[in-house]
Design a protein around this ligand. Structure first.
Ligand code: SF4
Length: 697
């Protein structure tokens, strides 16, 4: 039927969910908002996935939070006025700080927050609270790719080229990315290319591949080193490019010299002939791309794994060459912008450093505060969650745009830590599993009710526009932070509530920084300009932005990209007699992240109603697991209950559970807390598990 009643002007905005940020046109009034894909936006080109088509259902979702809630003496969350709720929060934050110090208050942000919100949240933490304890859920998503690309190229931008460059690519290697399921409209850009897919599962993307390499979970780094080894020994290295544009090739060769093909096959299970074919396909293509996703990144060696795939791309001369390249596919809606705006434990806006005196001075002057009063770097997301309510850790936590009770690793332990706090405050528009643990819940506006910007996976800054006003009783995050800051003694003008004002401030904060937004304005974006950062303010005209970042030079001072010397190592915990299988986690098309939003959309709940555990038929037979029966997936950290799905997409030695579901079905009940030493990324993608049938009564 028609989805767009024609009685109201349409609003052009973007989907609330993933990093593809498909452009949409919203129409119709409250209760009957219609959506259609914008026909001309180059990223989705008239396409949306099932999540985008059904997003308006979120606006009036039953159970939507419409009033603040405060937990009473009886332990029940009960409605309260905004003034009462905010007074209570501010009073308790003040007392916590006075009694235990500024670091006793912590903030946890999200990669779906707009740039304006992420920026304000970082400023709020460091100025209004004076705490170093702030990090965000992007640490669980993009941090390994960020660490590796920063080291290699001197700049961390997910795709340093427009998505449409992929249209003309001949060969695309996807390492641990499953866009056919996670961001289907992206596949429109991969129709021409031959795909080489690296994934332990035979995913929807792998089914469309010319070549599927199916490594043992946790062995992707060895595979990448093996591919680089083959590129060298087969004489496929682009020597001219390597000489002119890179450093460190010799050291990278030394680190992969011992990874001869047969040894790599023994470790990864990938046949030598397939590896050779993959390298030849990439080297023989006129235009080729190497892209990584969470499958390569969410490991205790995630940043080294990405570095090794970058090494392969550099050896073949792809990054910074017109029509070719290396990139990472961002996951969350503002996965790119969310990590540039200063909600990360170690960074100030624009990717400025929290430890560099000049960076601190610049941002402090924009904020109108003393640079010496700014705290230093704090612990990473998991370490922060792990420390909550401990004698040395924070006693109060504010959560914005995240649901760590479901999405953090070792979820039972994290839930326990959240419950041990003196004060947990959650701002959200749905009663998430984390909100259910809170002492105070603050209802905030959602995507189609707010203005702002997000930065898509190709570094293009996008406008989010309000189609409706927020329902009565609901505030925007910026209004909420303003009201709290004022109650904490901040001058009101320091925390603007209008997104446009915040954007103008973040332009100044990012001026001259790697992620420079100073030349971008709402006016330019609203005029339809496609602006990719860096886009500095230039005198006497408009900078066109930087759709392709490295064509002339990489962002290191010498202009060269750096190979890394990395060593393969096994996952923190390999299967053994007690826990003989690999357990891995990921996403399905009809759900998004912790599912707090998508599980409430009827069409999506119907399409993907519950968790499942994918088991290979032979493994199922051996373990007595019947299709559709309940099973327990157990690691040393905990166990998850889900229905068995017998399927050949799984390797015999591996089971897969999607992580969108709550309660006993949380996949993160079995994931562990091993962290990548550089990025502090937890090892979501490899656990050692056993699977047993659960008797149903
Ligand atoms: Fe597009 Fe992602 Fe939204 Fe799907 S979830 S419509 S791929 S932005």
């Amino acid at each position: 039927g028609p989805r767009t009643p024609a009685d109201l002007p349409e609003t052009t905005t973007h989907c609330p969910y993933c990093a593809l940020q498909c452009s949409t046109e919203l129409s119709g009034g409250p209760g009957r908002v219609g959506v259609r894909p914008s026909p001309d936006f180059p990223v989705n080109r008239g396409g949306l996935c099932q999540k985008g088509w059904t997003a308006p259902a979120l606006l009036g979702t039953p159970g939507r939070l419409l009033t603040p809630l405060v937990r009473g003496a009886d332990g029940v969350l009960a409605p309260a006025s905004w003034d009462d709720a905010l007074d209570l929060v501010a009073g308790r934050l003040r007392r916590t700080r006075e009694r235990y110090g500024a670091d006793a208050v912590a903030v946890f942000g999200g990669g779906g927050l707009t740039n304006e919100k992420a920026y304000t949240l970082g400023k709020f933490a460091r100025v209004a609270l004076g705490t170093s304890r702030i990090d965000y859920n992007g640490r669980f998503c993009m941090s390994s790719a960020a660490a590796a690309t920063l080291a290699a190229f001197g700049l961390d931008r997910g795709l340093p080229f427009p998505v449409t460059d992929l249209d003309d690519s001949d060969v695309v290697l996807l390492a641990g990315a499953n866009p056919a399921e996670t961001m289907p409209p992206l596949m429109r850009h991969l129709e021409r290319a031959d795909l080489v897919v690296v994934d332990p599962r035979r995913t929807r993307t792998a089914e469309r591949a010319a070549l599927h390499l199916q490594p043992v979970p946790g062995s992707d780094l060895a595979l990448a080193l093996g591919l680089l080894h083959l590129a060298v020994t087969e004489g496929l290295v682009d020597k001219e490019y390597v000489d002119a544009r890179t450093t460190g090739f010799e050291a990278a060769w030394e680190s992969c010299a011992a990874w001869w093909p047969e040894r790599v096959e023994a470790v990864t299970g990938v046949p030598v002939a397939d590896m050779r074919r993959a390298v030849r396909m990439l080297a023989g293509a006129r235009r080729a791309h190497v892209l990584t996703g969470r499958g390569a990144e969410q490991h205790s060696k995630g940043s080294d794994t990405v570095a090794a795939f970058i090494g392969l791309a550099l050896a073949l001369g792809l990054p910074g060459r017109a029509g070719s390249g290396f990139g990472t596919l961002t996951g969350q809606g503002n996965g790119q912008g969310g990590r540039e705006m200063g909600q990360k434990a170690d960074q100030l806006p624009g990717y400025r450093s929290l430890t560099d005196p000049a960076d601190r001075a610049h941002v402090a002057s924009v904020w109108g505060v003393d640079p010496d009063a700014l705290p230093g770097p704090g612990p990473s997301a998991y370490e922060l969650l792990d420390s909550l309510g401990t004698p040395e850790g924070p006693r109060a936590l504010l959560v914005f745009g995240s649901n760590p009770a479901v999405s953090a690793p070792r979820a039972a332990h994290v839930t326990e830590r959240l419950s041990a706090l003196d004060l947990l405050v959650v701002a959200d528009f749905v009663p998430s599993e984390t909100a259910a643990l809170a002492d105070v819940v603050l209802p905030v506006a959602q995507w189609a009710e707010e203005e702002g910007t997000l930065t898509g996976l190709e570094g293009r800054v996008l406008r989010r526009r309000a189609h409706l006003s927020p329902p009565p009783g609901v505030r925007t995050d910026l209004e909420l932070l303003h009201a709290l800051a004022v109650r904490l003694g901040q001058p009101p003008e320091r925390f603007p509530v209008r997104p446009r004002e915040v954007f103008d401030e973040l332009r100044r904060a990012s001026a001259g920084a790697p992620a420079d937004y100073s030349g971008i304005s709402y006016a330019r974006l609203d005029a339809g300009e496609a602006l990719h950062w860096p886009c500095p303010a230039v005198p006497g005209g408009d900078h066109p932005g930087t759709p392709r970042a490295f064509l002339d030079r990489f962002a290191h001072p010498d202009g060269r990209a750096r190979f890394a010397a990395v060593e393969h190592r096994p996952p923190a915990r390999e299967p053994d007699a007690g826990f003989p299988l690999y357990g891995t986690t990921g996403r399905v098309l009809a759900q998004y992240q912790s599912g707090a939003q998508t599980r409430r959309v009827p069409e999506l709940a119907e399409a993907a109603p519950e968790a499942f555990v994918e088991v290979h038929p032979d493994t199922a037979r051996r373990l007595g697991l019947a299709d559709g029966a309940l099973a327990e997936v157990e690691s040393v950290h905990g166990s998850t209950r889900a229905r068995v799905r017998v399927t050949r997409t799984a390797r015999e030695d591996t089971v897969f559970v999607p992580f969108h579901y709550p309660g006993a079905a949380r996949a993160n009940l079995f994931t562990g807390d091993a962290l990548d030493p550089r990025s502090r990324m937890p090892e979501f993608k490899v656990s050692a598990v056993r699977v047993t049938p659960v008797g149903e009564r």
